[in-house]
Write a protein that binds this ligand. Structure first.
Ligand SMILES: CC(=O)/C=C/C=C(C)/C=C/C1=C(C)CCCC1(C)C
Ligand SMILES: CC(/C=C/C=O)=C\C=C\C=O
Ligand SMILES: [Fe+2]
Length: 577
């Protein structure tokens, strides 16, 4: 028998959420339901028994919180699990929480460190609801693994955009699809100035989180100003990550390539269509220009949410889904938001030498749509010379409708229709012999992963190298969003899939076992929104892809996008602890 103790510390006589512990009708224990208490200054302890097979004493302790929307003063009425909403698409209910989770199964003792996951977790300001998944204010979740135990927490990232929205109770900065309403024409003119100077752009760092080579941890989005340093232990916002160079640039790729020694990213140039490739050495804040690529087609650069590298090259994608300056200015979202589809402008892949910054080739490739590159590597001849580049991505069959499918209204719809557009592992073959064209093909039959594919990771030791395994979210149809976790074997061209009915798992993140020699020796971490409104952290064995542990959160968490791993020994004075 086990117990859960939950505590909520409050300031003043406000209504604050606390943890409600209960069991369901079948006698199966639910770690917690959410209830709400009216309290004076102080703290509430909540004690309850847990299921037969659970041996651990689990103490959950929630720290001072601020409710993010009004809450009822009595427990919510009981609903059947079918009536409950997925927490994935529901705003986080309080600003922060932390506590220990009860673990079912076993966490490997070697797994010591923190898994951080960032994503847009708050989609409303009071009664005003955002429309798109990417608009939400950033919620950072941390899973701290130590000696087989798991403590967890979440916290809102205190960007200027978030703080201003909470203070003024209205949208104050331009988000992915939301634009603050100008009061009149003159303020609209001011808006133009604000847009081009970057003043009105959001710094809501809601897309990813990376650990720099020096140990500092930074949350990111696609605006340069949305680079925010956080403390990985407490999830506190430390402050803006200031680039000390004079490069400027308003936008960059959401997914820099980060290694122990460097941080590489692309700055799209909307004025002279192209991309500036920059490198920031670990331990510095200064980005230096490695080189520049001019676009081959289009009135503007293609969207670069991510890009891959090989050992010797930086691969710069030029998608026909291009930034659109007119759409940047519009107050109301267009079907493709800040972008436009230009099939006539064609699609290209550029290859830049990492050592010299020179473009070694540009090839035209079939039209494509991708958010995420998986990896890339060089194919070599018998003398070790690179003859071609292989670059893999989660490719949406050159169909831009995926952007619209990520509207919250569509994600929340429970119609049961099979509306998720098909996707595949798009494999580019880019010859380095001066050929003008490259190939794009599916690396395996997409039916192996249900013709849905996104949110990928690999063993980071294989970054830029020939690799065999990719982990991603796939589909069990019918569905409106990726609902499986898939391990893709690119050698055997097969996949193994994890699925739980009605659940939405977030990006599977691979953590290698220290000392591993096999590529898939490690664990895969995901956070799952369960059908009944609850949520849990899930650990799969990287090799067998069997579940090895799960741990329920006190309440279901919103969907998150990307994560990173901070190993336990990553102590560094620059961390800001
Ligand atoms: C969450 C995610 O994957 C992407 C987020 C992208 C954002 C927040 C993009 C924001 C932008 C603006 C506010 C204006 C300029 C263009 C663009 C970078 C798309
Ligand atoms: C969640 C997502 C696409 C799912 C499609 O199947 C894309 C996220 C992009 C940003 O990180
Ligand atoms: Fe992403």
């Amino acid at each position: 028998m086990a117990f859960t103790v939950s505590s909520t510390t409050v300031a003043g006589g406000n209504v604050f959420p606390s943890i409600w512990t209960d069991s369901d009708d079948s006698g199966r224990n639910i770690i917690s339901r959410n209830g709400f208490s009216l309290m004076n200054k102080g703290s509430l302890l909540h004690l309850s028994t847990k299921g037969r097979n659970r041996r651990a004493l689990s103490v959950t302790c929630s720290v001072a919180t601020r409710p993010l929307f009004s809450v009822p003063s009595s427990p919510p009425p009981r609903e059947s699990s079918h009536e409950r909403k997925l927490s994935a698409w529901t705003s986080i209910r309080q600003e922060r929480w932390e506590g220990e989770l009860l673990v079912e199964g076993e966490i490997p003792l070697w797994l010591r460190g923190t898994y951080l996951r960032n994503g847009p977790g708050l989609w409303n300001i009071g009664d005003y609801s955002f429309r798109h998944l990417f608009d939400g204010y950033a919620t950072l979740v941390g899973l701290h693994f130590n000696n087989g135990r798991l403590t967890a927490g979440h916290r809102q990232i205190e960007s200027e955009a978030y703080k201003a929205a909470m203070k003024n109770k209205r949208l104050c900065y331009r988000e992915f699809s939301e634009v603050p309403k100008p009061a009149n024409f003159f303020s609209y003119v001011g808006e133009l100035v604000n847009l081009f100077s970057g003043v009105s752009l959001t710094d809501n760092a809601n897309t990813g989180v990376v650990m720099l080579g020096d140990g500092r941890v930074v949350c990111l989005t696609e605006t340069v100003k949305g680079s925010i340093q956080i403390n990985p232990d407490t999830l506190e916002t430390i402050g803006k990550f200031e680039y000390s160079d004079k490069l400027g640039g308003l936008i960059h790729s959401a997914h820099p390539v980060v290694t122990e020694s460097e941080f590489l990213t692309l700055l799209p140039d909307l004025v002279n269509p192209g991309y500036v490739v920059v490198r920031m050495e670990a331990g510095t804040n200064e980005r230096k220009v490695l080189g520049r690529v001019n676009c081959r087609g289009g009135p503007s650069p293609g969207w670069v949410h991510s890009f891959p590298v090989t050992e010797n090259y930086i691969i710069v994608p030029e998608m026909p889904l291009r930034y659109c300056v007119q759409n940047l200015l519009r107050a109301e979202p267009t079907p493709l938001y800040k972008f436009e589809w230009h099939p006539e402008s064609k699609a290209f892949i550029h290859v830049m030498c990492r050592a010299t910054g020179k473009i070694v080739t540009t090839v035209e490739v079939p039209l494509y749509v991708t958010f995420h590159f998986i990896n890339a590597y060089e194919e070599k001849d018998e003398d070790g010379r690179a003859t071609a580049i292989i670059a893999d991505c989660c490719e949406h069959n050159a169909d831009t409708t995926i952007l619209e499918k990520l509207k919250l209204q569509n994600l929340r719809s429970l119609s049961g229709e099979d509306v998720l557009p098909d996707a595949r592992v798009g494999r580019f073959t880019i010859p380095l012999d001066g050929s003008a064209t490259g190939k794009l093909e599916a690396a395996l039959d997409p039916d192996h992963h249900g013709r849905g594919l996104d949110m990928c990771s690999i063993n980071p030791a294989f970054l830029g190298k020939k690799y065999r395994y990719a982990y991603a979210c796939g589909a069990r149809r019918p569905c409106n969003f990726p609902n499986t976790i898939t391990k893709i074997d690119l050698l055997k061209k097969t996949a193994k899939n994890w699925h739980e009915e009605g659940a939405v798992p977030s990006e599977p993140f691979f953590v290698a076992r220290p000392g591993a020699t096999e590529e898939d020796d490690g664990v895969v971490i995901s956070m799952v929104s369960a059908k009944n409104g609850e949520g849990y952290a899930l650990l799969l064995d990287g090799s067998t892809f069997e579940e090895i542990a799960r741990a329920k959160f006190p309440y279901g968490l919103p969907y998150g996008l990307h994560g990173c791993w901070v190993p336990k020994n990553a102590e560094n004075p620059l961390l800001g602890k």
